[in-house]
Design a protein around this ligand. Structure first.
Ligand code: FEO
Length: 396
């Protein structure tokens, strides 16, 4: 994609990765973008680079505007290699001695990723850098979502370059929120649920801090997806809501199955929940990618997990999902476990233990049915679901 002038003298020069479908275990059905921004001022400044494989495309984009050697400063907001992998090519092309600004922890982390002894300029939180007519302010955003992460605020145009924050894995022709409309929100929600959820308390603190500074924000430029120019407040408010993790009256019945017995149980449990008026969605882990399930988890109250017992343990997809969900630390959930088994039947106990470790409030005794559930067993499952639905409805 050609560079685009997002504000006078400021260009989006990043790239689209149309075909990526797996971003370190996150399903990217519509690809993603690695955004980078070029600010034309007395000191021409590049904010962030791209994934290594796209470095030449970034340089070609810049070359349509200026000779890349004319770049004076590079800012690297985050060490993760989808944004820093292009640095060796970029620095080689523009001059290895050009100042490279990053946070103090960014300096440490870059040094552990790249052997080059670049001209690092570690910055303090709230340090300012004058580049001519404009001033950049560096805002440390530790653990949102790496120790080194930082935002850059451009005072004059009131633009926040927000690194991964407020991003979405979305590749399209569109560049701005007003070109996509509300259709972008599910992508932003999925990004939050799968990348940022565990840092919710820090995000709330960060938003308070930025609000406290009284920074006016006219545009938010994340490193993935579209730019928020029409209504940056919309994504900030969504982050506040998602970070608070106030659940909706909604249940998920997440399961896998070997010979459809656990599936029959899942459907009967879901029917019992639905009878109470609570919303419910059965999700087969064979059909739903873990990252799409996690998006549903974000605003669900009840997480009901089912697995058959395989070789004295959990079915692998269930184990995978529980590990993934545990790392993202969802809060304010109620949980329940169920499953069909043949002889030993350990899976249900293992699910219960995992959900307890995640501090879910456990409902009901875990439900195990041997072999194939018949009418009576399915009625037990329905009642099991009904109790879950009642608990959801009784919750705040
Ligand atoms: Fe988009 Fe944390 O890298």
């Amino acid at each position: 994609m050609k560079p685009f002038e997002i504000a006078k003298g400021i260009y989006a020069v990043g790239v689209r990765d149309w075909n990526i479908r797996d971003f370190h275990g996150y399903s990217t059905h519509l690809g993603t973008s690695y955004n980078a921004f070029l600010i034309m001022d007395d000191k021409i400044t590049l904010v962030d680079t791209v994934k290594k494989e796209f470095a030449d495309e970034l340089i070609d984009n810049i070359a349509t505007l200026i000779d890349p050697k004319k770049i004076d400063y590079v800012v690297s907001c985050h060490t993760e290699m989808d944004h820093s992998g292009g640095l060796p090519r970029v620095m080689h092309r523009i001059g290895e001695d050009k100042p490279l600004f990053c946070s103090k922890l960014g300096y440490k982390n870059h040094s552990r990723h790249f052997p080059q002894k670049w001209n690092y300029r570690p910055v303090e939180n709230m340090e300012e850098l004058n580049i001519g007519k404009r001033t950049l302010v560096f805002l440390e955003t530790r653990m949102v979502h790496w120790p080194d992460s930082m935002f850059v605020y451009l005072k004059n145009e009131k633009i926040l370059f927000s690194s991964d924050g407020f991003g979405q894995h979305y590749a399209g022709q569109e560049l701005f929120d007003d070109e996509v409309g509300d259709a972008i929100m599910p992508h932003a929600k999925k990004y939050f649920a799968n990348i940022l959820l565990l840092y919710s308390p820090l995000i709330l603190k960060l938003i308070d801090q930025v609000t406290g500074l009284g920074l006016e924000i006219d545009m938010i430029c994340p490193d993935h997806g579209i730019i928020w120019r029409k209504d940056p407040g919309k994504i900030i408010n969504a982050y506040v809501q998602w970070s608070r993790q106030v659940p909706e009256k909604k249940a998920l019945v997440i399961y896998d199955t070997m010979w459809h017995s656990t599936e029959k149980m899942a459907n009967a449990i879901a029917a019992g929940i639905a009878e109470t008026g609570a919303r419910v969605r059965p999700l087969s882990l064979r059909k739903w990618h873990r990252s799409d399930v996690m998006t549903e988890v974000l605003d669900a109250k009840a997480i009901v997990v089912g697995s058959p017992t395989l070789n004295n343990g959990l079915f692998p997809t269930v184990s995978d999902f529980l590990t993934y969900m545990k790392g993202l630390k969802p809060q304010n959930k109620i949980g329940a476990a169920f499953g069909s088994y043949g002889w030993s039947g350990e899976a249900v106990k293992l699910i219960k233990k995992e959900l307890e470790t995640m501090k879910f409030e456990m409902l009901n005794e875990a439900l195990r049915i041997q072999y194939v559930p018949e009418k009576e067993a399915l009625e037990t499952c329905r009642r099991f679901g009904e109790k879950i639905g009642q608990a959801i409805n009784a919750s705040d």
